[in-house]
Design a protein around this ligand. Structure first.
Ligand code: NAD
Length: 296
């Protein structure tokens, strides 16, 4: 029987640490500012943005959501981003994905100042991560949250065999860079990886991180006994329930540590977003924060 990794509890502790940091910042006259741009009325995005706003205000982060209708021109968004880049009360900017098809998402990501790129999607920040540069720069919040979770559980990646499934810029690719920087041997699998090769690689994996959006892709029969299994997937089933990319019922008896869905990686993402916002605010205003949760 695997030990469950309680993402909810770890995220709660991380949010408490961000709240402390926000208090320290406010003593220095700084309120961390997060600007969220939402284009269109995608119901899932509405929920994500509302959750981000709520968590931010509880942690002492000043979040503002700027809403645009789905027909908004790209130039309007670019002008808004330029304005936010210049606004010293805004430390962190994100554009909620997905944006409508007539908007070039890459152009939008590149318009955000790398110093305010709280999602870590700007090519400059991705380049720093891949080059394993020292110093502070924002890193995508989901993989960073996973690193925090692993550290919290005492899972060390150095020398381990890590298999990541899914190569999105949101999760898999930055996860690959982080695990490699932590001295793991890392395989990055994707939709063109043959099933038998995936199975073979998984059989040897000490740590498995799955982010595909394919419900039940990894089963207990794929896993090495005692493996640490991090399930990033969120899939809504016909009956309304949420499941991950790992078949929990068969994987849990084989794994050593496993994240549930929901209540695993999900809560870590927003908590890490707030953590990054507070760190950017500290950086912009020359305030030194005590290292507490800064695991990477
Ligand atoms: P994406 O669609 O951008 O990428 C999916 C990746 O999975 C691709 O690289 C693709 O090659 C790979 N893939 C697809 N089918 C595969 C298969 N059969 N075998 C192996 N690889 C396969 O997705 P994403 O944005 O990275 O999200 C992945 C999942 O993680 C989704 O369910 C999403 O909802 C979830 N997610 C959760 C969080 C969180 O905070 N918990 C954050 C981001 C994404």
């Amino acid at each position: 029987m695997a030990k469950l990794i309680d993402g909810k509890a770890i995220a709660k502790a991380l949010r408490a640490s961000v709240t402390e940091q926000a208090t320290r910042l406010s003593e220095a006259g700084v309120v961390p500012g997060l600007a969220v741009i939402l284009v269109g009325d995608d119901p899932a995005s509405e929920i994500y943005v509302r959750n981000k706003e709520r968590a931010a205000s509880k942690a002492g982060v000043n979040a503002q959501t700027i809403r645009y209708d789905a027909e908004t021109a790209e130039e309007t968004l670019l002008a808004k981003i330029a304005e936010l880049n210049a606004d010293t009360s805004v430390d962190a900017i994100l554009v909620q994905s997905p944006v409508p098809g007539h908007i070039d998402e890459h152009k939008i990501q590149e318009a955000i100042s790398p110093a305010k790129d709280v999602d870590g999607f700007h090519p400059e920040n991705i380049g720093r991560l891949y080059a394993n540069r020292e110093g502070y720069y924002p890193i995508a919040n989901t993989p960073r949250g996973i690193m925090t979770m692993l550290a919290h559980e005492g899972v060390k990646l150095a020398g381990k065999n890590v298999v990541i499934i899914g190569r999105s810029i949101l999760v898999g690719r930055p996860m690959f860079a982080l695990a490699q920087a932590a001295d793991a041997t890392v395989s990055l699998l994707h939709r063109y990886t043959p099933d038998n090769l995936r199975h073979e690689l998984l059989q040897q994996a000490d740590v498995v991180i799955v982010a595909t959006g394919v419900a039940g892709l990894v089963t207990g029969a794929d896993l090495k006994a005692g493996a640490t299994v991090i399930d990033v997937g969120i899939n809504r089933m016909a009956d309304g329930s949420l499941v991950g990319d790992v078949d929990f019922a068969s994987a849990e008896p084989v794994a050593g540590l496993i994240t549930p869905v929901p209540g695993g990686v999900g809560p870590m993402t927003i908590a890490t977003l707030l953590q990054t916002t507070a760190e950017l605010a500290a950086l912009h205003h020359g305030v030194t924060l005590e290292a507490g949760w800064q695991t990477i």
